[in-house]
Design a protein around this ligand. Structure first.
Ligand code: MN
Length: 252
C-alpha cells in the first residue's frame, strides 16, 4: 500500500465516521505512518465530512507538522501522538464526541460496557479520563502533550477510553479496526440507553468479550468497510488478507 493510498483510506475513514454519526463537524481520525512509527497522518482542522486528500498533514508524535501545511492543524492533535507514543500496537486513533457515548462519561450511576456481540471490541473495562484531576478547570480540550500523555496513561492497554464531559478515544491496529470499533461503540451506547429504559441489564461477560476479541478477523472489518465505503460514495479497495487471519502491522 502506498502513502497516497493510505491517505485516500484516511479520507474515506473521515467520511464514513461522519456519515455513520460518530463525528459531526468536530472530532478526527489519524493513521500512523506505516514505515516511520514516529510520524502520523491527520487532516488539517476541517469538518471530517469535507476532508480531501490535500488536507492530510504529517506530524511528529509531538504534534509538529512536517511537510505540506494546507491549513491550521487540529488543536487536539496531541491526543493522537500521545497514544502512538504509548502504544506501539496502535496504528489508528479516532477522537470523537459521539452523542450517545458522551452521557456515559458524566453518569455517576451507569457505566458503558458491551451488551451486544458486535460491540465486544470496545472491551469490558472502559476507563474514564478526567482532565480536571491533573489540570484543574480547563476548556476540556487536549491541547498539549502533557495532557495527551496523562490521557494515554488512563487508556493504558485498552482499546477505548472515555473523556469526561468531552467524548472518547478509540484505538485500533488499522484504520478499518478503529472505524469499526468507533461505529459499534456509538451503536452499543444507543442500545444500552434503550436496554436501561427496560430495567436491569445483562452485559456481555468478560469471557464473552475475550472470545469475541480472539475471533475478531480482518474479514469482519472488510465486510463493514465495503458497505460503509459505498454509503459515502468512496472507492472500496479490498485487502487480500485471508479470512480469519486478522491484521499485521503493515495491514493499515
Ligand atoms: Mn474533542
Amino acid at each position: 500500500m502506498t502513502i497516497d493510498e493510505l491517505k485516500q483510506e484516511l479520507v474515506t475513514a473521515n467520511h464514513i465516521l461522519a456519515h455513520e454519526g460518530v463525528l459531526d463537524s468536530f472530532g478526527h481520525v489519524s493513521v500512523r505512518h506505516p514505515t516511520d512509527p514516529n510520524r502520523y497522518f491527520l487532516s488539517r482542522a476541517r469538518a471530517p465530512e469535507r476532508v480531501t486528500e490535500s488536507d492530510i498533514m504529517e506530524f511528529t508524535l509531538e504534534g509538529k507538522s512536517v511537510g505540506a501545511e494546507p491549513g491550521k492543524p487540529y488543536s487536539e492533535r496531541f491526543i493522537h501522538g500521545s497514544v502512538y507514543e504509548a502504544r506501539p500496537d496502535v496504528m489508528s486513533v479516532v477522537h470523537n464526541h459521539s452523542a450517545n457515548v458522551v452521557p456515559f462519561s458524566v453518569s455517576k450511576k451507569w457505566r458503558l460496557r458491551p451488551i451486544m456481540h458486535m460491540c465486544g471490541p470496545i472491551g469490558g473495562d472502559i476507563p474514564n479520563w478526567d482532565i480536571r484531576t491533573k489540570f484543574g478547570d480547563t476548556n476540556l480540550l487536549v491541547t498539549s502533550m502533557d495532557m495527551g500523555r496523562d490521557m494515554a496513561r488512563t487508556l493504558g492497554d485498552r482499546p477505548v477510553s472515555l473523556m469526561r464531559g468531552h467524548g472518547c478515544i478509540v484505538t485500533g491496529p488499522s484504520i478499518r479496526a478503529s472505524v469499526f470499533t468507533s461505529i459499534y461503540m456509538e451503536i452499543n451506547a444507543e442500545m444500552l440507553f434503550k436496554a436501561l429504559s427496560l430495567g436491569d441489564v445483562e452485559y456481555l461477560s468478560d469471557g464473552e468479550i475475550a472470545a469475541i476479541a480472539k475471533g475478531r478477523a480482518g474479514f469482519t472489518f472488510e465486510r463493514g468497510w465495503e458497505n460503509w465505503c459505498a454509503r459515502v460514495d468512496r472507492p472500496y479497495v479490498s485487502r487480500d488478507w485471508a479470512m480469519g487471519e486478522g491484521f499485521s502491522k503493515t495491514d493499515v
